[in-house]
Design a protein around this ligand. Structure first.
Ligand code: C2E
Ligand code: MG
Ligand code: MG
Ligand code: MG
Length: 284
């Protein structure tokens, strides 16, 4: 009895795995279609000054406007695209779209709204052509290059021998800013902070989330802010959700705030209306 049970279970699992493989292939095919048919959109989440009122930066966050399934978040398709090389095509699309939008805002307002773009390490080619693509795209739009920020996680930078190091140097040498995303949860060495010209540290939401209940979270956030100010690196607190967290961050003199307490990611049109149009009326 137990033997047949075991076999059944085995068959059951292999059936599931086969189904998952088919499902995966189907999604990959759909991502190709999505790229061809313009189903991806960029949402923008404003990043606020410490007062929680002024906005001087935004993070571009990809969404998939699926014809049947509606709006799909990046966690549901980016990991799969990373495994299959499609992340390069998605990354190229994101770069062009984000630079296009940033340029439009720049020409509307005459002011720089810094726009950051998430880059997965798997979209960096060994030859570093992607760095030239970034510089070229900014130049083509006549956009000051320090308008654009590339967000990478610590893990991307952990290997000093990797060609990515050289490429990050070339990026910052050409004026494009570098932000470390999800800071504090990745690789534990801080050596890359000295090696590279980092502009922004984004403190991971998990630290911000626990500040109100956990003294050690406050201590960590304080230490990060102190270190960053000595290194002349800006600090963004990610995932600020409560006024209590906001108050603590004000006491700690954090530079910038991002989170649902202030605003969720929104379509480009809404961002323009709320944060760019008011700037244009000030100018005229
Ligand atoms: P991330 O770069 O750390 O982005 C922050 C995520 O936290 C976003 O989720 C944002 O909507 C969410 N968030 C912001 N404020 C709050 C808050 O107060 N509370 C909570 N609970 N969440 C908040 P989203 O848009 O689902 O993106 C998830 C991740 O997908 C991003 O994490 C990033 O790693 C990746 N991603 C997004 N867009 C792109 C892209 O264009 N390219 C690549 N390679 N990855 C992307
Ligand atoms: Mg990010
Ligand atoms: Mg710089
Ligand atoms: Mg993050």
């Amino acid at each position: 009895l137990s033997k047949s049970k075991g076999r059944n279970r085995y068959e059951f699992f292999s059936y599931i795995i086969e189904e998952q493989a088919i499902e995966k292939r189907r999604i990959l095919e759909e991502i190709r279609v999505a790229l061809n048919e313009d189903q991806f959109v960029l949402y923008y989440q404003p990043i606020f000054d410490l007062d929680g009122i002024n906005v001087s930066k935004a993070e571009a966050l990809i969404r998939w406007q699926h014809p049947q399934h509606g709006l799909i978040g990046p966690n549901e398709f980016i990991p799969m695209a990373e495994q299959n090389g499609l992340i390069e095509d998605i990354g190229n699309w994101v770069r062009e779209q984000a630079i296009h939008d940033a340029a439009q805002w720049y020409y509307m307002s005459g002011q720089i709204m810094q726009v950051s773009v998430n880059c997965s390490p798997l979209q960096f080619d060994r030859a570093g052509q992607w760095v030239d693509d970034w510089i070229l795209a900014c130049n083509k739009q006549g956009l000051p290059r320090d308008t654009m920020v590339i967000e990478v996680t610590e893990n991307t930078l952990m290997d000093p021998e990797s060609p990515i190091q050289q490429q990050m140097h070339r990026l910052s040498h050409n004026g494009i800013d570098i932000a470390i995303d999800d800071f504090g949860v990745g690789y534990s060495s801080l050596a890359y902070l000295q090696r590279l010209d980092i502009d922004i540290l984004k403190i991971d939401r998990s630290f911000i989330q626990h500040m109100e209940t956990n003294e050690s979270s406050i201590a960590l956030v304080r230490a990060i802010i102190t270190m960053a100010s000595h290194l002349k690196v800006q600090v963004v607190a990610e995932g600020v959700e409560t006024t209590g967290q906001h108050q603590i961050l004000q006491q700690l003199s954090c530079d910038y705030l991002q989170g649902y307490l202030f605003a969720k990611p929104m379509p480009k049109e809404q961002f323009t209306e709320l944060y760019i149009t008011p700037l244009t009326s000030k100018v005229s």
